[in-house]
Design a binder for this molecule. Structure first.
Ligand code: FES
Ligand SMILES: [Fe+2]
Length: 341
């Protein structure tokens, strides 16, 4: 059950969003990434520290400990660890006796980007956190939302986020009633240096919360969209309205284990701030809840080979993502330095 993603070292070399920056403070907390429990806390210098959530002494969870004088203190026997993982105090040891060499924690890479804390478990990240150009555009504001837990595989989430043919079925409670079920021929293109996918037009049902998100009041609105991926599990979906309003969604799926995932999204909008962030994301949260409900009905990981599942032309982007993902999983580590596109 936990081997396809968590057992493959290629996945450890990626960055994963695990928490919102505002949620990580001085108190240690546990997250789980690729089946490994990780303790997270913010050090005195403001940076985020991530380390295995298991004390080298008797395996107590360090996330249940405390941070004192800038050091992480184990709740069991008080062994104390500096921000770089060094064990700096073994209270039971006689003065002057150094900590055993294997008492030190091997800390993980951390980064903060887009309002989120990212962790990479490998010695070196294989690629940078993907770029969202709107992050650097002052006409856009960024909106973050909470990190949720979905009882489904990150592979099924990416497959869903790249798929537009479920809109008129899964999203009938939000924007999905207006669409033609037929999807024009999909052509895959590089959306920019970091993202590969496709562009398309879609009619979106527009009522209630949708009118706040679209900034329009008509019953149906036209969206020009672009959806693409960055390996392994990052998806972005751009919505452009005729009014000039753009709504960019970064959809992040992080494997807790093979069949459980963190999910969060980030939005960038070039609006006039007249709609509050809470109201803007309420519509996206409702859409996400529809996807979550569907995906939690499916068992296990998505079969990644190209023969187990039946696909049609409209599934082209997901099929290409799976093809590239398998190639990426099988590359020797040194070659995984390229970006996804
Ligand atoms: S288990 Fe952590 S100090 Fe003993
Ligand atoms: Fe969806």
């Amino acid at each position: 059950m936990n081997d396809i993603l968590c057992g493959n070292t290629a996945f450890a070399s990626s960055w994963y969003a695990v928490a919102r920056s505002i949620e990580v403070g001085a108190a240690p907390r546990q997250i789980t990434l690729l089946s490994r429990n990780v303790v997270l806390y913010r050090s005195a210098d403001g940076s985020v520290v991530a380390a295995p959530d298991r004390c080298p002494h008797r395996e107590a969870p360090l996330s249940k400990g405390t941070v004192e004088a800038g050091c992480l203190v184990c709740p069991y026997h008080g062994w104390t660890f500096a921000d770089d993982g060094r064990c700096v105090d073994v209270p039971s040891a006689s003065e002057g006796v150094p900590a055993p060499p294997r008492a030190h924690l091997k800390t993980f890479h951390t980064a903060e980007q887009y309002g989120l804390v990212w962790v990479c478990l490998a010695d070196e990240p294989a690629a940078p956190i993907p770029n969202i150009i709107q992050e650097h555009d002052s006409t856009f504001r960024r909106i973050n939302t909470e990190v949720d837990i979905w009882q489904t595989s990150a592979t099924r989430m990416v497959d869903n986020f790249l798929d537009i043919t479920h809109f008129p079925y899964v999203h009938v409670g939000t924007f999905g009633r207006a669409q033609d079920t037929h999807v024009p021929k999909i052509e895959l293109v590089a959306l920019d240096d970091d993202w590969f996918g496709y562009e398309y037009e879609v009619l979106a049902n527009n009522s209630d919360l949708g009118t706040l998100a679209s900034g329009q009041t008509s019953g149906v609105v036209e969206r020009a969209m672009a959806t693409g991926f960055n390996l392994p599990f990052n998806v972005r979906s751009d919505i452009h309205y005729g009014t000039g309003l753009s709504h960019i969604i970064l959809l992040l799926s992080t494997p807790i284990d093979d069949v459980t995932s963190y999910f969060t999204f980030v939005i960038w909008r070039n609006d006039d701030f007249s709609v509050s962030a809470e109201e803007v994301i309420r519509f996206d949260l409702a859409i996400g809840a529809e996807d979550k409900r569907m995906l939690e009905m499916l068992d296990g990981v998505l079969p990644l080979d190209q023969t187990t599942l039946v696909s049609v032309q409209a599934d082209k982007c997901s099929v290409e993502w799976r093809r590239r993902l398998i190639e990426w999983m099988n590359r020797p580590p040194a070659v995984r330095l390229e970006r996804a596109g």
